[in-house]
Write a protein that binds this ligand. Structure first.
Ligand code: ADP
Length: 496
């Protein structure tokens, strides 16, 4: 018999991927297709669900073929871009319009009206979320109100709503299963994360008929089986998980207080808070980390708008570097050459997030002296990611989160060892990079294995996590304090 394997789909904002893993969580093959974005109007972002579906089939078939065929594929898991919303016809399976992507701002005016009408506290206490058009509720309401005939069909129960996990599950099971998991449900702004159910008052507020909504299941468990015609054999689908939550699992952050920080275009920090859903005083989000065997584990989530974008700006706008990895070389060389003075780069391209929350702030490069050059600015750009992480950790600490034992990092930027060392120095917390840094898709595979009984418990997953590189804090406290004081001063200067 062929060795058992786990197939994981990572349907992300800019690409659709599949990775085949062995039964211990070791990657065997990967396939990826880029996903085109559609911009119908200023601030609007859509994707074609049919394109997502065809890409999903293609990448799955590619990794199945590459790893010896479908025999031995024991479980299928899906992780996905969160909040992106699709509504389709239950009979034909056809979407009524494109998917509205999480970044889409068309619900912003509705969100402002809700805030002004005083709904912030009620929504936050039920969903853990701040009222924002990122979340699915206003996207779904927009579809029902703007697609001809949609409202009437929805009232008759002829339509189905889903985030991308749910849409793919529906398609994979040939329309037999309409379900989501608790992590994805927790990002809709319609789900009570404490009671664990769709909330009638929120459904009324957004005018959403309950008939439209998927059943909410455990993150790992039985989601039905794929149509045998798709891959030549029916595959048990045993996990659905939102991408950041998938990364938390892929980083094996199963104990309260454990934290993962993803450094991609932006930066997302999730800290496991165990059975407690902690409210935030610092506008962080309370969310469901995962639900296993009916037991919900919660997390607190914070984000930094600009992490990798700093490097992209240095490369594409300022043309100070030709590729991302050059940033590391410049920072290392500059450290070796010494030099006086300190340049600060405040990348408030789109305002400042936690804990400053100033949407009007704009970026600046400060502290230039006659001997400053490109390397100073590039190093300051890398440093800014670390200072911002420090600020976010301060907000978490203010919300009652104890200092984490380590920062488990992933995302494209963590190839940069200089960055990881400075991050450890500034946060005074050891920084850990795992051997397999694609933690989101790995998390989906772990969960699928758990749902299929291939892993007996999360302890087994913990044991499968392996360290590649660890940066220990080594900067003298005085120097760190001076650097942070300079950063605070720089941030103060860009705030409006
Ligand atoms: P996303 O998933 O958000 O698209 P990725 O996790 O793929 O992003 O990370 C890509 C980001 O990482 C880019 O912004 C890129 O500039 C940055 N990056 C890649 N390599 C390095 C490096 N060696 N040093 C610093 N930044 C890097």
């Amino acid at each position: 018999m062929a060795k058992l394997r786990i197939l994981a789909i990572d349907q992300g904002t800019t690409s659709t991927r599949a990775v085949m893993f062995d039964a211990a969580g070791k990657p065997l093959a990967a396939s990826q297709v880029p996903l085109p974005q559609i911009y119908p109007a200023d601030g609007w972002v859509e994707q074609d669900p049919e394109e997502i579906w065809l890409a999903t089939l293609a990448v799955c078939r590619a990794v199945i073929a590459e790893t010896g065929g479908v025999e031995g594929v024991a479980a299928l898991g899906i992780t996905n871009q969160r909040e992106t919303s699709v509504v389709w016809n239950r009979k034909t399976g056809r979407p009524v319009m494109n998917a509205i992507v999480w970044q889409d701002r068309r619900g912003a005016a509705r969100c402002t009206a809700l805030r002004e009408a005083g709904h912030t506290d009620a929504i936050r206490s039920k969903t853990g979320l701040l009222i924002d058009s990122y979340f699915s509720a206003t996207k779904l309401q927009w579809i029902l109100e703007n697609v001809a005939g949609a409202r009437a069909m929805a009232d008759k129960g002829e339509l189905a709503f889903g985030t991308i996990d749910t849409f793919l599950l529906w398609r994979l099971t040939g329309g037999r299963v309409h379900a989501t998991d608790a992590t994805n449900a927790s990002r809709t702004m319609l789900y009570d994360i404490h009671a664990g159910r769709w909330d009638d008052e929120l459904l009324a507020l957004f005018n959403v008929p309950a008939k439209l909504l998927p059943e909410v299941r455990d993150t790992a468990g039985d989601f039905g089986a794929s149509d045998p015609d798709l891959f030549g054999k029916s595959l048990p689908i045993t996990a659905l998980v939102g991408d950041q939550h998938g990364a938390l699992v892929g980083q094996a952050c199963f104990s309260p207080g454990m934290l993962k920080s993803t450094y991609g275009t932006g930066c997302f920090v999730l800290v496991n808070t165990g059975e407690r859903a902690l409210p935030s005083r610092n506008r962080l989000l309370t969310t469901i980390a995962y639900r296993l065997k009916g037991k919900t584990t919660y997390a607190l989530e914070g984000s930094i708008f600009n992490a990798g974008t700093v490097i992209q700006w240095l490369r594409d706008n300022a043309k100070m570097i030709t590729n991302a990895s050059e940033s590391e070389r410049l920072a290392v060389e500059l450290d070796h050459s010494g030099g006086t003075g300190r340049v600060y780069f405040v990348p408030a391209f789109t305002g400042l997030g936690a804990p400053h929350w100033d949407p009007e702030a704009r970026g600046a490069i400060l502290g230039l002296t006659r001997d400053s050059g490109v390397a100073h600015i590039v190093r300051a750009g890398l440093e800014s990611v670390c200072y911002q992480t420090h600020d976010l950790l301060t907000a978490l600490s203010d919300d009652g989160i104890a200092r984490p034992p380590a920062l488990r990092v992933d995302g494209g930027m963590i190839a940069n060892n200089w960055l990881l060392q400075f991050l450890a120095d500034i946060t005074q917390i050891p920084v850990e990079r795992p051997v397999y840094a694609e933690t989101t898709v790995l998390g989906a595979a772990y969960l699928a294995g758990l749902g299929r009984g291939m892993f007996s418990s999360t302890d087994e997953i913990k044991a499968a996590w392996h360290l590649d590189f660890r940066a220990e804090p080594s900067m003298p406290g005085e120097r760190r304090d001076a650097l942070l004081a300079g950063w605070r001063d720089a941030v103060g200067r860009v705030m409006r």
